[in-house]
Write a protein that binds this ligand. Structure first.
Ligand code: FMN
Ligand code: SF4
Ligand code: SF4
Length: 417
């Protein structure tokens, strides 16, 4: 980690917001993970202007915790981790106490999970101690797919379930979250898993019981690229076996946008929703908000690029808002979410593909498209027969020379017609 000393002008990071009485300098929070594990990191997160930091998961009693093993597959645009070190409860309490002493404006989240046999009582005990240690916000970790969910999905057995294993059950999550909320005086946020496919329903169940903010980790458990000549080897350096890995980074963004959209649609316009998954820059962030997010957590990009990405993100969002005349992010939040239409309600335009002969090199890539009878190469140029073209538009993307465009022929096609 490179520690900077420059003072960053407030104009580069201030985009203030308030959630349940907690004031954030901006809606950007460093997501719980390897970049929120030390006091130095918290200091640097504050210096670079972030609104908040969610301290690395604390789990009690000790659970699956190993030295970290990561891969950052740049070409595939995903980050995968197979093993991770969690904080012990005590370590996290000390970190939050010290973090509060060295930071002034940073909102510090306690990200935690109880994995013992006391049920809600165990969660409440941890919650109260985090509150006493000075956490501004509690973030219940109902999201991590790399604990019991990984073990059970890989054919193993776990007596105690934690993270994503419980996070997809609306009844369990909302009941526990409410019990904690009733026991403490600081806001309770819940970070959910999309594993299980019901993230919208679980979010709604939490909001119905009075939870302040619900978010998604975005993370999916998946199998990374592996070497077919050594199919039984692990994909991480210094690891023997292959295992399901926890995926994050840019690859995840489309799925994370959907998670946030589902939560917003199920929960309505009022609740505070946190989006996380593959966010790297200001455009990603605006897209996340347009799909329904109030706040954004970023983890992988802070691992691969450092905390210094924040001022550019905020500066550019402010510029975008000025250009569009938006006074608040609420002016553009949900803009896409509100327009998303089911497959049965679409309005399509009739049309055909057209080739720009000046750009066409006759490379023949478009002629190979397996579902298309419309294209043939004649005299080193692509010729499209309009009557055979269905308007699918595949060829516009297959062509590497931007030689094909779609021409709208004016008819509107709906299921009703
Ligand atoms: C190595 C690693 C460790 C993580 N640990 C935690 C954690 O302890 N608690 C948590 O809530 N989320 C954890 N996450 C999830 C991130 O906070 C974030 O929600 C997720 O990775 C998606 O966002 P990203 O694509 O910006 O990383 C972790 C992610 C990574 C990559
Ligand atoms: S892919 Fe593009 S450049 Fe190649 S033949 Fe088709 S239209 Fe021409
Ligand atoms: S739009 Fe679809 S059907 Fe029409 S030429 Fe292109 S690939 Fe073929």
């Amino acid at each position: 980690m490179k520690v900077g000393t420059d003072k960053i002008p407030e104009a580069d990071y201030l985009l203030p917001m308030e959630v349940a009485g907690v004031k954030f300098r901006n809606p950007f929070v460093v997501g719980s993970g390897p970049t929120v594990k030390t006091v130095d990191m918290l200091r640097e997160i504050e210096r670079t202007g972030w609104g908040g930091a969610s301290v690395k998961l604390a789990i009690d009693p000790k659970y699956i915790s190993l030295p970290p093993r990561y891969r950052w597959l740049k070409k595939e645009k995903y980050h995968a981790f197979t093993a991770e070190t969690r904080l012990m409860f005590d370590e996290s309490l000390r970190l939050i106490e010290q973090g509060r002493k060295v930071t002034k404006d940073l909102v510090i989240y306690a990200n935690f999970a109880y994995a013992g046999t006391e049920g809600d009582e165990g969660w409440i005990r941890m919650a109260k101690q985090f509150e006493a240690a000075g956490a501004h916000v509690l973030e219940l970790n109902m999201c991590c797919p790399n604990m019991s969910f990984n073990v059970v999905t890989s054919g193993g057995k776990m007596v105690t379930l934690s993270g994503a294993s419980v996070g997809s059950n609306a009844e369990v999550v909302s009941k526990t979250a409410k019990a904690i909320k009733d026991a403490v005086n600081i806001p309770v946020f819940v970070k959910l898993t999309p594993e299980g496919g019901k993230v919208g329903d679980v979010a709604k169940a939490c909001f119905d019981l009075g939870i302040v903010s619900v978010g998604t980790t975005g993370n999916r458990l998946a199998i990374p690229e592996f070497d077919i000549n050594n199919p039984g080897n692990g994909i991480c350096h210094l690891q023997d076996e292959p295992t399901l890995a926890c995926f994050s980074g840019p690859w995840l963004k489309p799925l994370a946008l959907r998670d946030v959209y589902e939560m917003r649609m199920k929960s309505g316009p009022v609740p505070n929703i946190m989006g996380s998954g593959g966010i790297e820059n200001w455009v990603d962030s605006v897209q996340m908000m347009m799909c329904g997010a109030d706040m954004i957590q970023i983890c992988t990009a802070t691992m691969t690029k450092g905390f210094g990405i924040l001022p550019n993100i905020v500066k550019n969002i402010k510029k975008f808002m000025d250009e569009k005349g938006y006074k608040s992010y609420l002016d553009f939040r949900d803009l896409t979410a509100k327009k998303i239409t089911g497959a049965n309600g679409l309005h399509l335009h009739s049309g055909v593909a057209v080739v720009d002969m000046n750009k066409c090199t006759g490379c023949g890539a478009c002629e190979k498209i397996g579902h298309c009878y419309a294209i043939t190469i004649k005299d080193k140029k692509a010729i499209i027969e309009p009557e055979k073209c269905t308007g699918c538009a595949e060829c516009t993307d297959v062509c590497n020379f931007a030689a094909i465009t779609m021409k709208d022929t004016g008819e509107i096609i709906t299921l009703a017609k």
